[in-house]
Each structure stands twice: as C-alpha cells, then as structure tokens.
Design a protein around this ligand. Structure first.
Ligand SMILES: Nc1ncnc2c1ncn2[C@@H]1O[C@H](COP(=O)(O)OP(=O)(O)OP(=O)(O)O)[C@@H](O)[C@H]1O
Ligand SMILES: [Mg+2]
Length: 249
C-alpha cells in the first residue's frame, strides 16, 4: 500500500517564480490498484510520481510504502520496489547496449522474476522466452542495440525489464505519448497484464482520455496541485467517456 499524508511540494520557495506543484495531497492506494492520473499540463502529476519514486523529496508531508516511512529515502533505495517508465522511450535503458545486456543490467539491479543470471546460454533462453511474450519478434534480435529499436519496441522491453522480484509498484508517466496507436495499445495491454497477473500497484499518467476511460480501476484528476476527483472502481465502470471530456472544459 502507498500512503501519502499531506504531501506538498513548492518549487523555488520564496522566489518570484515560486510554484506550488503539490498542495496538501493525501491519498491511499491499495495493493493491486490500477490508478489512472489525469489533469491539465502543469497540474502536478509528474511531481506526484517523482515524490513517490523518491526523485523529489516533498517540501512537507509523509510517504509510507507498505508501512515503511520512505519520505527521506533516496530514489535508488526505493527502486527495488518501484519500476518506472517515462514518456521518452530512450529513458530507462542503455541505448548503446544490446537487448540482452540491458536485461542483464536489469537482473543485476535486483533479482528478476523467474530470471537468474546463471550461465550465458541459460540466461539468454530465459530472456528470449520473456521477450517472445511481446509477440514483436524481438527474441531473434537479442544482440541488437537498444538504441536501434523503435520507440514502441523500447517501451515494451523497458516495461518487461522493469518488473523485478521485489517490484510491486509500477509508475508510468505518459508511456505511450510518443508511440503509434498499435504500439500504444500493446504497452497499455502489457501494463494491464502486469497489474492483473502480478498484482502490481499501477499508477498511469495519461492525456489520452479514451485510455483513461478504458484502463484502470480508479481515476484521479488533478488540478493546480490538488486532487479534484477520485473515482472508485464501481463508479468508473459506469462513467461515460463523454462526461470525462467535459471535465476539461
Ligand atoms: N524542477 C522544477 N522546478 C521548478 N518548477 C517545476 C519543476 N518541475 C515542475 N515544476 C512546476 O510544477 C508544476 C507541476 O509540474 P508537473 O511536471 O508535475 O506537471 P504535470 O501535471 O506532470 O504536467 P504535464 O501534463 O505537462 O506533464 C508546473 O507548474 C511546473 O512548471
Ligand atoms: Mg508530466
């Protein structure tokens, strides 16, 4: 469970360009919830994810993950529980290394589910098996550099790699923004599968209203650093996409 307790974050405090990016946010996310976060540009969505991941220490408030107060814990110490995928497909992998070596790095970061580094051939087979599940034919290209893949291929691999043994929180910041509709659908379905099969807490930021309507078990809208709507599963299930468009009037 993730618990945010009165989280505020002010950038450039006391200066002319002071911004209150998060304004007293309190929120509890239960295990296996799939929360979709929407809101206008600059409403604080990325800042919220950064606070959960530990990339930003909030100006005030407390963050608790599975009963542990992690407010002061740096990002690298949280990364064994938290996987992140960003808008830019180049973020999160090493472009100059092969697909296989990227998996090797990911496996070293923390133990990969069902993946043990072991011998080269065994590891390669295990990676190939995982990559095959994407149905992109990439299992035949494991020695190809990540940098030579398309954005959609890289996002799919990043998502697959990010899911480690201890990882149970998946933070997705507009992961499909740079992708064509087919690749975007593949990434969204993969995120949903990971959430469903591994029970990962999933937090997705998207500007795609149809995705926000279709995916997830809870819908949160932010505005000027505050949560202005928090729609639970049953209400979300009967929500019309047309109504959602009206929220952005
Ligand atoms: N490092 C920073 N320094 C100063 N201000 C920042 C910083 N990061 C974000 N901000 C400001 O905080 C506010 C919230 O930004 P944030 O990136 O969280 O918005 P967002 O909801 O993710 O927007 P978008 O949909 O455009 O990605 C904005 O006004 C932004 O300009
Ligand atoms: Mg953002």
């Amino acid at each position: 469970m993730i618990k945010l307790d009165h989280i505020s974050n002010v950038f450039n405090k006391g200066m002319q360009n002071e911004v209150v990016a998060l304004d007293d946010i309190s929120l509890q996310i239960q295990d296996a919830e799939f929360v979709v976060l929407i809101g206008a540009n600059g409403s604080g969505k990325t800042t919220l994810l950064n606070c959960i991941a530990g990339a930003i220490k909030p100006s005030s408030g407390k963050i608790v993950i599975d009963g542990h107060d992690v407010t002061g814990l740096p990002e690298y110490k949280r990364s064994k529980w938290i996987a992140r995928v960003f808008q830019n497909p180049n973020h999160g992998t090493a472009p100059e290394l092969s697909i296989l070596d990227n998996f090797r790095l990911a496996a070293l970061r923390t133990k990969h589910k069902g993946l043990r580094i072991g011998t080269h051939a065994k590891f390669k087979n295990e990676v190939a098996e995982k990559v095959k599940s994407l149905c992109m034919g990439l299992e035949k290209k494991l020695s190809q550099n990540m940098g030579n893949l398309s954005g959609g291929q890289r996002q799919a691999l990043t998502l697959l790699m990010s899911v480690m043994d201890d990882t149970h929180i998946l933070l997705l910041d507009e992961p499909t923004a740079a992708l064509d509709p087919k690749s975007a659908a593949l990434i969204m379905n993969l995120a949903e599968k990971l959430n469903r099969e591994m029970g990962m807490i999933t937090l997705l930021i998207t500007h795609n209203i149809r995705d926000a309507h279709h995916y997830g078990t809870r819908l949160i809208q932010m505005q000027e650093g505050k949560i202005v709507k928090d729609i639970p599963k049953l209400e979300k299930a009967v929500l019309a996409v047309e109504d959602m468009y009206k929220w952005f009037g």
